[in-house]
Design a protein around this ligand. Structure first.
Ligand code: HEC
Length: 398
């Protein structure tokens, strides 16, 4: 101290120096405080460079114009550079006044992959990754059961499968009925890529044996299918009855077990010209078979009608359960702690699940019956032609 402040100094100097020292910290403290405090004010810049420029921002006013708007409306009859969009095929999916049936962009593998990606981002929340209309949003909306929800379309429906690509492009761009538009979010190229992927999804569920390119694989699959047809239960199910009906009808030919081949040995006999008696016998046999088939078809139709009635019934019961569950939910909302209500709710939800499952299995049954009865119908037609053939050749002989 003594070396810093010599003895002969006036007394006020010492406190003054200390005071000045303390005061000199104040500006620094203020700067530090400002730097550490967030503020909506623009920061101070000593050298602004191009930090701030004079300009009119969106929605601001500008007294230069009569209407006072800084944003100027488009001049009538003009189009901004690069925004003419006069290619209706590319931009609207319309070609020659019709929905385009072909892509304006040549499909490539990378376009397909892009389409998959964008579909999964934009469409799958509602339509589901597979396009069956079972996305998370739809599932959740169903669970809420609020009643005003239009379920997303199943993209594998006949209607949507039959839509031209231009129509699907338009659906994405502008929306359709209850589906909102996605044109503003998704670029034109991506929209076409999504359409391409939707087509791929649809194709994936509607393949036939003719889509198999490899001939040996195709043969293997056909053989597998044939063996499945043969090993179906002979009676009990309606399908089995149809199959069994043909083979039980007294035809010794192994070809009839294959489903519907009308070329029985008798038929070839007729054409080879064996005696009248055998022709008559085969005619009688064909007629008998014919009648048998007609009866089977009638039975199948009857069973289909019954199944349909059962499904209607199921649907009604499901509806009733749903509303029961909904009422419980409402009750629980005003009474959230009620253990009894909670138990009841989970019980009813279980019952509902069971009912839905039951209905699904009935639907599956209807579908397989439908297949069987279609098959039976076509067999019947062939059989009819065949009987006519026999009758004709018989007439010629007399
Ligand atoms: C917010 C949910 C939602 C999203 C996301 C959504 N859709 Fe839809 N979509 C629907 C609904 C709901 C319907 C049925 C509309 C109706 O029938 O009222 C539908 C119907 C459709 C149809 C059938 C239209 C017809 O009748 O031809 C197609 C095709 C379709 N959507 C494609 C798409 C594609 C592709 C995307 C993705 C870009 C997409 N949707 C995204 C909800 C959605």
């Amino acid at each position: 101290m003594n070396s810093l402040f010599p003895d002969k100094m006036p007394a006020w100097i010492k406190p003054t120096i200390v005071l000045l020292f303390v005061i000199s910290w104040i500006p620094l403290a203020m700067v530090a405080q400002r730097r550490a405090t967030p503020t909506p004010q623009p920061r101070m810049s000593l050298i602004p460079d191009m930090d701030k420029q004079e300009k009119y921002t969106a929605q601001s006013s500008n007294p230069l114009f009569k209407d006072g708007r800084a944003m100027r409306p488009l001049v009538a009859g003009t189009v901004a550079y690069g925004q003419a969009h006069d290619d209706t095929w590319l931009y609207r999916g319309i070609r020659g006044g019709q929905w385009a049936t072909d892509f304006p962009i040549k499909p490539t593998e990378s376009m397909m992959l892009r389409g998959q990606r964008q579909f999964n981002i934009y469409c799958s929340p509602c339509h589901g990754l597979g396009g069956f209309g079972n996305g998370m949003v739809a599932v959740h909306a169903d669970a809420l059961m609020e009643g005003t929800w239009t379920p997303p379309a199943n993209l594998h429906d006949k209607l949507v499968m039959g839509r031209p690509v231009g129509h699907i492009f338009n659906t994405i761009t502008n929306g359709i009925r209850n589906m909102p538009p996605y044109g503003p979010q998704i670029s034109v190229e991506d929209r076409w890529a999504i359409v391409l992927y939707v087509r791929a999804l649809q194709r994936s569920q509607a393949g036939s044996i003719n889509d198999v390119n490899d001939p040996s694989e195709k043969g293997r699959l056909q053989a597998e299918r044939m063996s499945q047809v043969k090993t179906q239960p002979p009676a009990g199910t309606a399908t089995g009855q149809a199959e069994g009906g043909v083979s039980n009808s007294g035809q010794p030919s192994p070809s009839t077990t294959e489903g519907a081949q009308p070329t029985s040995p008798q038929a070839s006999n007729v054409h080879k010209g064996s005696g009248l008696a055998s022709t008559r016998a085969s005619l009688a046999k064909a007629e008998k078979l014919h009648l048998e088939m007609a009866r089977k078809i009638a039975e199948l139709r009857q069973s289909r009608i019954e199944l349909c009635k059962m499904i209607e019934d199921s649907t009604a019961r499901i509806e009733a359960k749903r509303s029961e569950l909904w009422n419980l939910k409402l009750a629980l909302r005003s009474n959230p702690g009620d253990k009894q209500l909670q138990a009841k709710r989970s019980e009813i939800a279980k019952e509902l699940d069971a009912l839905v499952k039951e209905k699904e299995s009935k639907l599956a049954k209807i579908n397989s019956d439908l297949d069987a009865s279609e098959k039976a119908d076509s067999t019947f037609l062939k059989q009819t032609e065949h009987s006519k053939e026999i009758a004709d050749s018989n007439g010629g002989r007399r």
